[in-house]
Write a protein that binds this ligand. Structure first.
Ligand code: TRH
Length: 368
């Protein structure tokens, strides 16, 4: 059985470990690979997957050997394939062992996701080590067949569609969450970073002519929502009912995205899961220095809007820009709502095309 090591450092938030944990599980479950996942901080993983013991040096879960990456890295047997996630700099003694090995492992730098044009040209490029007889290869996730693709487990879309077709499955899910949404309500999940546009959006929901049921798993937005409602409990004002939840495990969060009519997501992994959920969504991109994320946001919008009528595309861009603090945006909730049917139709059709492409795990395995 081939052996792969995946290295991940947690920079902040959940995205880095969310992606590597998802990939590790998929490589084991669908490709029969022996995977060790090295992580320098297990606490975010324990939030995503409560079965994790955040203090354990080694544990095996879902077939993945999860190892705490200590500062003083032990001498271990190197793997056949070595993935450093997001340029995380794997330990020097591990690199030395790779260089000394007669059969060099395939060394991959798994990069962040971007829809920008340059990605396809850089995908799979070699990067020879300056001193050692080793070559690292870039692997870029992406949205087109000339990139590494997106993480998507086998059967995911069928499972999602079956859930959305089953009133019973959805009712059971809401019951598990302790929520009984008004059948007439628009159901929205809300996840993101601090956002100056939030109070105006919440007010628009309060004033909405029909009920809105918003589900808020704990995130950096929670204090802002708290401040909006003040001491009033339950969080209900006008036509808005807000349900605050603790952070869900990753699989339940998927179901939340499937169960809602629209999803506010962020970063990288929840953004991709919102695509697979098949519902219109609003992306809060991870903010970068010098507004480098603006180009990334617009690159995705350009791709995502292909095939969408121009009026809806304008509304989509304007709403997303405002949510991401681009000056060109306006948070016009009524306009967004009126274009919702077009967005919903377009989203499912767009995703249908995307799922014709191979997923990231398959592409990685084929790359060896
Ligand atoms: O946590 P993030 O902001 O991660 C970010 C991005 O990945 C960014 O690219 C990276 O540079 C930065 O981290 C360091 O957002 P992301 O990527 O959406 O990851 C959140 C994960 O949390 C995702 O797997 C969904 C999951 N999640 C749950 O499991 N339960 C929940 O209740 C919620 C709200 C999310």
């Amino acid at each position: 059985m081939p052996r792969w090591d995946i290295f991940c450092t947690v920079i902040d938030n959940y995205g880095d470990i969310a992606v590597t944990w998802r990939l590790a599980r998929q490589l084991v479950a669908e490709h029969g690979i022996n995977v060790r996942l090295w992580v320098d901080d297990l606490h975010p993983l324990a939030a995503l997957y409560p079965g994790i013991d955040s203090g354990a040096l080694r544990q095996t879960l879902c077939g993945v050997e999860v190892c705490l990456w200590p500062a003083d890295f032990p001498d271990v047997e190197i793997a056949d394939v070595v993935i450093e996630a997001f340029a995380c700099d794997i330990p020097d003694n591990y690199i030395a062992a790779m260089a000394a090995s007669a059969v060099k492992p395939r060394w991959i730098n798994l990069e962040y996701l971007s829809a920008e044009d340059w990605v396809a040209g850089c995908h799979r490029l070699p990067s020879p080590h300056p001193r050692l007889p080793l070559v690292k290869h870039f692997f870029f996730p992406g949205f087109t067949p000339d990139t590494g693709g997106l993480l998507r487990e086998h059967g995911l879309i069928d499972r999602r569609r079956a859930f959305q077709a089953s009133a019973t499955a959805q009712r059971e899910f809401w019951t598990q969450l302790g929520i009984s949404p008004d059948p007439a309500a628009c159901k929205i999940s809300l996840f993101g970073y601090e956002n100056p546009a939030l109070p105006a959006l919440l007010q628009a929901w309060v004033d909405n002519p029909t009920p809105i049921c918003c589900v808020l798993p704990d995130s950096r937005l929670s204090p802002q929502v708290s401040a909006f409602f003040g001491e009033n409990k339950p969080w209900q004002r006008g036509n808005l009912t807000m349900h605050r939840l603790s952070f869900l495990d990753q699989d339940s969060y998927d179901q939340l995205l499937w169960a809602c009519d629209m999803n506010f997501v962020r970063g990288e992994d929840s953004f991709v899961r919102a695509l697979w959920a098949g519902q219109p969504f609003i992306w809060h991109i991870y903010p970068q220095a010098d507004n480098a994320h603006h180009a990334k946001l617009n690159a995705f919008l350009a791709l995502y809007q292909r095939g969408l009528n121009s009026g809806s595309a304008v509304q989509l861009t304007s709403f997303w820009h405002c949510w991401n603090q681009l000056p060109s945006g306006t948070l016009n909730w009524q306009a967004w709502q009126s274009t919702y049917p077009q967005l919903k139709y377009h989203h499912e059709a767009w995703v249908e095309q995307l799922i014709q492409q191979a997923d990231l795990a398959i592409n990685l395995v084929k790359d060896q």
